[in-house]
Design a protein around this ligand. Structure first.
Ligand code: PLP
Length: 465
């Protein structure tokens, strides 16, 4: 038997599932951030791979002994850094099945379920988010989804570029100064030139200023460049600010530019009926990205790109070598013709498990409460004269700072993170260092936040003195 026998699989599988159940019940038993030194894990593992088989018992034992201390516990309720996320149990079970089935959706034919379930669950999500963009497909990350969106925008603006690699005029792209760095990376990867990316200034609530945007487009046209794409962000990485998409969409229409909406984090929250403000105007977008692995309790990875112009995405990426030719049928979608990757994981299965196990209303209730928790905490922080809340809290992130130097804020963050119960991250706003509390983990409760707030105040006492 080249693989584990069914009995061995069952034994190790039960052991592992039992371990996972215990882990998920209380990830707080471990220090949130690994206390390993850089290189410690490398030094602790053999330099050469094993020549002979080792038992799963040995492997699992070494996982606990050597790997676990080198892990950061993203499922820990005190994980409040970046955009906090947790893997829900239905999503974890789906991942097990995805690995077991080992399907590769390179074509519809190689597993109809991989393609058709993706179409179905993305239709469900689209409807929940109130989006008219009828075509969706799953990528690994928002960085890759946005890269595809911008490639489609480029295809529309300069169709010759696919063949010649050149455009008559430099193509210029617009996003806010608070847009995610994945937009810069897409510009780099697509060879558009960083000098052709215009970072539009934001207002005092960190939202792109449409007048400045329009002025930049007018200037570029006068200079002889070809504006081709605007990226609006709904839920920026630092503060979750939402660009004024309706005004930006009007500008995109006026100058015939592709509008891509980056709602990698906040798009999921649009499933809450009263949070329609998040994607207001996005019905005019040409494309939009949302990451269920950020705020829909989906284990890494799962990013969804929607577009109302799939034919342009197809034009940008369709290339079918002989060995991948299949019969034509309008219902036979081959997603590999709409993007770079040929191999495609069965990620839709995670969404299917999660959507069915939670249902829209429960998912919406969880997100709604996480936003409420953030807003309640912001009120408490704002009421303490030693601290200030430095950005509006429309969603589940609180940006705040100790009234003091940047160094004292970084020191406070260092102290709290070193204790092992919480993990906060920082950003820079208006040139000042700011701390962030991002709520998105299924285990985070009001009690978690109260304990954090108490500890922040205690630790800050020594810093201010
Ligand atoms: N867009 C926004 C607004 C983000 O906040 C992030 C990451 O936090 C990204 C894009 C990139 O996401 P990914 O890691 O899926 O590429």
């Amino acid at each position: 038997m080249p693989d584990l026998s069914p009995e061995e699989f069952q034994r190790a599988g039960h052991q592992l599932v039992d371990w996972i159940a215990g882990y998920l019940a209380k990830p707080e038993r471990y220090p949130l951030l690994s206390r390993n030194h850089p290189g410690e894990l490398i030094d602790a593992l053999p330099a050469h791979g094993p020549a002979q088989p080792e038992s799963m018992e040995q492997v699992l034992a070494d996982f606990e002994r050597v790997l676990l201390p080198a892990l950061t516990h993203w499922n820990h309720p005190g994980f409040l850094a970046y955009f906090a996320t947790s893997a829900s149990a239905p999503g974890i079970l789906a991942e097990l099945l995805i690995a077991a089935l080992n399907n590769n959706g390179i074509l519809w034919k190689t597993s109809p379920a991989v393609t058709e379930l993706e179409i179905v669950v993305l239709n469900w999500l689209r409807e929940w988010m109130g989006l008219p963009l009828q075509f969706g497909m799953i990528f690994d990350t928002a960085s890759i989804s946005s890269l595809h969106a911008i490639a489609a925008a480029r295809e529309l603006a300069a169709p010759a570029i696919r063949q010649t690699g050149r455009s008559e005029k430099p193509l210029t792209l617009y996003c806010s100064e608070h847009a995610h760095s994945s937009i810069d990376k897409a510009v780099i990867a697509l060879g558009l030139g960083q000098q052709n990316l215009r970072k539009i200034t934001a207002d005092d609530e960190f939202r792109m200023d449409p007048e400045t945007l329009e002025a930049a487009i007018v200037d570029d046209l006068a200079e002889g460049t070809k504006p081709f794409c605007i990226v609006a962000t709904a839920g920026t990485t630092s503060t979750t600010s939402i660009d004024p998409i309706p005004a930006i969409a009007r500008i995109a229409q006026r100058y015939k530019l592709w509008l891509h909406v980056d709602s990698a984090y906040a798009g999921s929250a649009a499933i809450v009926p009263e949070f329609g403000f998040i994607l207001e105007g996005a019905e005019h977008a040409d494309s939009l990205v949302v990451n269920p692995h950020k705020w829909l309790f989906t284990p890494m990875d799962c990013s969804v790109l929607y577009t109302r112009r799939p034919e342009i995405l197809h034009r940008a990426f369709s290339l079918v070598p002989d060995y991948l030719q299949t019969a034509d049928d309008p219902r036979r979608v081959n997603f590999m013709e709409y993007g770079i990757p040929l191999g495609r994981r069965f990620r839709a299965l995670k969404l299917w498990f999660i959507f069915r196990a939670f249902g829209r209303e429960r998912l919406a209730a969880i997100i709604r409460d996480q936003v409420l928790m953030a807003q309640e905490l912001a009120v408490e922080i704002g009421a303490d004269p030693r601290f200030e809340v430095v950005a509006p809290v429309p969603l589940s992130v609180v940006c705040f700072r100790l009234r003091g130097s940047d160094e004292s804020n970084l020191e406070l963050m260092g102290l709290i993170n070193a204790e092992g119960d919480f993990y906060l991250s920082h950003t820079v706003l208006n040139g000042r260092t700011v701390l962030r509390i991002a709520i998105g983990n299924l285990g985070t409760t009001r009690d978690t936040l109260q304990r954090l707030w108490t500890r922040l105040r205690e630790l800050s006492a020594s810093l201010i003195a």
